[in-house]
Structure formats: structure tokens, C-alpha cells
Design a protein around this ligand. Structure first.
Ligand code: UT7
Length: 341
């Protein structure tokens, strides 16, 4: 499908950051009634990274952004806009993107957040691609960053075992649309009738895990924490992701067999495998990072991208299918033909 635009958008820099503190399944099982075996078998998760007490989502985002800028051989002065996809902003306002802009030493160009929870990066990539094709910006820094540990009830084993903190970033650049490769297109969906199945009510707990596992206790009444009907989310996620990847292939005239890499949201290894199976993809074409850092929400797709990129596995001209499913429910997919060396 041709957009008729003189421009196309290309990923020219990739970065990622995970906070230092690692919380293993075994350590978690001293805090809630769970086990390493249960968590690994049901989710594929082995550990998660937890933000330090004195860090904020913007700090994780800034580190990932610095790496993406370095990777692109650019500085913040080369950037025209920053978008941060996050569901755990530093503050209700101003935007985390404006704080990241400040921390990176940028000034005067636009910066804003988007909220599509775990699908934030996939939504963001669609938005950036549209703006670059429209000729509005030449280079955009797109970041997915989360401190999910701050909105968890660390006494609820149904949710606290599933999430972690981190950030991933890409720099997207406009090139002439006859340049080969780049972002091909995106498919996005949302169905708000499912909104009650996965949510966090307003206001943060403010609780931050420390070295002592008992620090995870929530200490105030009425705090926000993730509430989830896991089974129902799982069932709809598998169905909708199967549909959306099929829809993306059909819309952009791509055959299943042409996909080189599935770069999925990292929520549960069983969901990843179901989507790979639907695409008849070999399991080693599916990027798996959920074992290392659990579900990092909007950071998860760019962290997965960063992972295979850093392993030197991405080759020019390869076709990537990015996908995510999130609270809302909001879900989507992007097709990208890799154009970076
Ligand atoms: O990123 C946004 C999207 N989020 C997701 O995609 C998450 C989707 N959901 C899931 O990944 C899975 O539903 C979970 C991992 C959350 C749960 O796995 P499940 O296979 O659906 O387990 P379940 O909820 O059916 O629970 C099975 C059993 C229950 O015990 P009984 O009733 O069979 O005695 C649970 O109480 O496992 C129990 N259980 C646990 N046991 C040990 C639930 N959580 C735990 C736990 N440790 N952490």
C-alpha cells in the first residue's frame, strides 16, 4: 500500500536500559506465596529489574535515549521531537517527555507522552511514521519507558510476579520514499468494552522496593495498583494478536513466509508462542526477552528490538513484525523493513 508521501521513516538508532537491581523469582517467593517453578512454567519469566528509589521513569528513558542517539551518531540537537510512551509517568504533569528533553539538554522542540499501556510503543511508531510521512518532522526520538514496580501491589501474587521496569528507545529519520526499506505501515485497534479486565485506578502508591523484601509492602490506604483478570486477558490477547498480525500482512500485501523476525510485546511466553505458531514461524525467529525482565509494558517491544539488534542479528532488508496487546484493550502491529546497517 503506497502512502503517496515523498517521505518514509527509518529506524537509525536503537537503545535500551534496565535498572541495576534484579529481583529473582526465588526472592519474590519469599515475599508472596509463589514459586520459581510456577512463574517460569506459566509465564517464562525468570527475573525482573526494579527501579532504584532515587530513579524515575524519565531516568530510565534518558539512558535508553542516550544509547539510541549514540547508536545513530546523533546528538539531541539533531532531534525535532520526543515522544515517550508510558503508563507510569514521573508526574501526572508535565509530561515525562518534557523531563527527558530537559535531562538530554534539548530545548524548544515539541515533546509529549502517549498512553496506550503495553501497546504504547507500537502506537507511537504508527504516530511517528504518519508524522514523518506527512513531512512534519525529520527526526524523532521515540521511547517506551516504565516503572511498573511502582503501581504493583507486592502482596498480590496474581500481578506482582508479572511486571518489571525498563526503557527502550529508537531514533526515526525521514528519507526519500524511494529509499529502500523502512517502516511499511501499522494496524491499530482498541475496544474499551474490555477496560475493566486490566487496570490501575488513579493515584500512585509511591512505594519503591528496596533491598529488604519487606520494603515492598504498601503503606497507605487507597493506593493504585494493577488489577487484572489474567485468564480473560490471556484468552483475548491470543485471539486479537492472531487477528492483527494477519490483518497487517493482508493490508500491506506481505506473505507470512516473508517475515524474518517477530518482535512481540513480552507479557507471557505462552502468548508469544501462540502468535509465532499462527504465523507458522520458527521459534528462533521470535525475540524472547520476557525471561530476563518480565513485562515492562511500553518498554517491552523496543527492549526486544534492542536485544536482537545488539546481538547483531538484524540484517538490512529483513522484515520485522512488531506487535503488542494492552489494557484498554488496545493492540496493534507494525511492519518494518530493516534499513540500518
Ligand atoms: O501486558 C498486558 C497483557 N497482560 C497479559 O497478557 C497477561 C495475561 N495473562 C497471563 O499471562 C496468565 O493468565 C497469568 C500468568 C496471569 C496466569 O496464568 P494462568 O495459567 O492463566 O493461571 P490462572 O490464573 O488460571 O491460575 C492457575 C492457578 C490458580 O490456582 P487454583 O485456582 O488452580 O488453585 C491460581 O490461584 O495458579 C494460581 N496462581 C499462582 N500460583 C503461584 C496464580 N498466580 C500464582 C502465582 N504463584 N504467582
Amino acid at each position: 500500500m503506497s502512502s503517496g508521501s515523498p517521505f518514509s521513516s527509518h529506524i537509525v538508532g536503537v537503545g535500551g536500559y534496565l535498572p541495576e537491581r534484579i529481583l529473582s523469582n526465588d526472592e519474590l517467593s519469599t515475599m508472596v506465596e509463589t514459586s520459581d517453578e510456577w512463574i517460569r512454567e506459566r509465564t517464562g519469566i525468570r527475573q525482573r529489574h526494579i527501579i532504584a528509589k532515587d530513579q524515575h521513569t524519565s531516568d530510565l528513558a534518558t539512558e535508553a535515549a542516550k544509547q539510541a542517539l549514540d547508536d545513530a551518531g546523533l546528538t539531541i540537537d539533531d532531534i525535532d521531537a520526543i515522544i515517550v510512551a508510558t503508563t507510569t509517568p514521573d508526574l501526572i504533569f508535565p509530561s515525562t517527555a518534557s523531563i527527558v528533553q530537559y535531562k538530554l539538554g534539548g530545548k524548544d522542540f515539541p515533546a509529549w507522552d502517549i498512553q496506550a499501556v503495553c501497546s504504547g510503543f507500537v502506537y507511537g511508531l504508527a504516530q511517528v511514521d504518519g508524522m514523518i510521512r506527512g513531512g512534519m518532522f525529520e527526526r524523532i526520538l521515540l521511547i517506551g519507558a516504565e516503572s511498573m514496580s511502582r503501581i504493583l501491589d507486592w502482596q498480590d501474587r496474581l500481578t506482582c510476579v508479572l511486571f518489571g521496569d525498563g526503557a527502550g528507545a529508537v531514533v526515526l529519520e525521514a528519507r526519500a520514499s524511494d529509499a529502500p526499506n523502512g517502516v511499511i505501515g501499522s494496524v491499530l485497534h482498541c475496544d474499551g468494552s474490555y477496560r475493566h479486565l486490566l487496570m490501575a485506578q488513579h493515584s500512585y502508591s509511591g512505594s519503591v522496593p528496596g533491598e529488604d523484601p519487606t520494603d515492598f509492602q504498601l503503606d497507605s490506604a487507597g493506593v493504585a495498583a494493577i488489577e487484572m483478570k489474567g485468564n480473560e486477558v490471556f484468552r483475548v490477547a491470543v485471539t486479537k494478536l492472531g487477528e492483527v498480525v494477519g490483518e497487517a500482512l493482508e493490508r500491506y500485501g506481505v506473505e507470512q513466509s516473508e517475515i524474518d523476525w517477530l518482535v512481540p510485546h513480552q507479557a507471557n511466553i505462552r502468548i508469544l508462542k501462540a502468535t509465532a505458531k499462527k504465523l507458522k514461524m520458527n521459534q528462533n525467529q521470535m525475540v524472547v526477552t520476557v525471561n530476563h525482565h518480565a513485562n515492562t509494558s511500553a518498554a517491552s517491544v523496543p527492549l526486544a528490538l534492542n536485544h536482537i539488534y545488539r546481538e547483531g542479528k538484524l540484517k538490512q532488508g529483513q522484515l520485522l513484525l512488531l506487535e503488542a496487546f494492552a489494557s484498554g484493550f488496545a493492540w496493534g502491529a507494525n511492519l518494518v523493513r530493516w534499513s540500518k546497517g
